[in-house]
Write a protein that binds this ligand. Structure first.
Ligand code: PLP
Length: 350
């Protein structure tokens, strides 16, 4: 797919949109007497509107990621980027999107909010990507296809080659959600956005970066798609404190935390099969492990009684009997394993 074909995928009303221009879009210097935006002149520390284009943050990310700032969108969580993709490419009530299942719940919720039919295609039994089935679910009104790698809740990553095959064969936008990429042995697809203009890669500050409370998600794509995302977003989508704190956080490496989480993941993955009630431990490239057990609801309740909250995914297609367990601090993982021991011994607290 060529760059110029991307523009043709954009909804006609968005293609001819003249976006709201903020006072700070017209003049973005820092020195001066600001009488342009009806702000309070009294310094509360937060009396000025934030940079609507997040220039400092996006430039810094550009430097770190080796991608030009014009190819980076920063949003109010990845959830904003997901919503914008629907609003830019999908005509409500007419177009549709395709996503893998099981996967992150927001793709479908966001589709429904935007009145877009979401076609979910089950992953193979081993959670690998059913490329032919995905493409068979698409028709001429399918504008967007959602992949998530490493996938939530299954934990596995798809090979880059498999995703390239989808990118080549699908004539629409392919979103690859890389929320868990820092914990993964498969490299990010960010380096492929120039080769595949229909590729949008999502990343987030919410997981490995440890800043879920700030609400900051990223999209990497070709400048044409990023331009539309910047046009359609709320003018001040990232507040000033988030911009400031995220910039500061980027000074600190996260490698030691990621390494510890990956080591703890290996520890839990090795311990789980030792419990008689565990039927299957799915290999994980993320900071959680999906585990199939004899009685998911019973174990879930036992853990809750012990003050440990995990995610019960047992009613989700393809995850029957499964719990999703996030990797915590070493001492939290100790508590988890202790509680699982008690459960096995029949010392069920209820
Ligand atoms: C947690 C998660 C996100 C993060 O969403 P934010 O809105 O950035 O917090 C995105 N995608 C997936 C698959 C996730 O599991």
């Amino acid at each position: 797919m060529k760059s110029k074909d991307i523009e043709a995928l954009v909804r006609p009303n968005i293609r001819k949109l003249c976006p709201y221009s903020t006072a700070r879009d017209e003049y973005n210097g820092t020195l001066g007497v600001f009488l342009d935006a009806n702000e309070s002149p009294y310094p509360t520390g937060w009396n000025r509107y934030p940079d609507p284009r997040q220039t400092a943050l996006r430039e810094k990310l550009a430097h770190i990621k080796g991608v030009k700032a014009e190819k980076i969108f920063s949003g109010n969580g990845s959830d904003e980027a997901i919503d914008l993709i629907f609003r830019i490419f999908c005509i409500p009530g007419i177009d549709n999107a395709v996503a893998i299942a099981p996967s992150y719940g927001m793709y479908k919720v966001s589709a429904e909010i935007n009145d877009i039919e979401m076609r979910e295609v089950n992953l193979n039994e081993d959670f690998s990507l059913p490329v032919d089935n995905l493409l068979a679910a698409c028709d001429s009104n399918t504008k967007v296809l959602f992949l998530c790698s490493p996938n939530n809740p299954s934990g596995n990553a798809f090979s880059n080659e498999t995703v390239f095959e989808v990118l080549k064969r699908f004539n629409g936008i392919v979103v690859v959600d890389e929320a868990y990429i820092d914990f993964c042995s498969v490299p990010s697809l960010i380096g492929s956005i120039d080769r595949y203009p229909n590729l949008v890669v999502l990343q987030t500050f919410s997981k490995a970066r440890g800043l879920a409370a700030l609400r900051l998600g990223l999209a990497f794509s070709n400048p044409c798609i990023i331009k539309f995302m910047m046009m359609v977003k709320y003018p001040y989508n990232i507040n000033a404190s988030t911009q400031k704190l995220a910039l500061k956080a980027l000074e600190s490496p996260i490698d030691i935390y990621v390494a510890e989480t990956v080591a703890q993941r290996a520890r839990i993955a090795a311990a789980l099969p030792g419990f008689a009630f565990v039927r299957k431990v799915y290999p994980s490239e993320a900071n959680f492990i999906l585990v199939k057990v004899d009685d998911a609801d019973g174990l879930y309740e036992h853990l809750i009684a012990d003050g440990i909250i995990v995610r019960n995914r047992s009613k989700v297609a393809g995850c029957t009997g499964c719990l999703r367990i996030t990797i915590g601090l070493p001492e939290e993982n100790d508590k988890l394993l202790k509680s699982l021991c008690d459960y096995e011994k029949g010392d069920i607290r209820r």
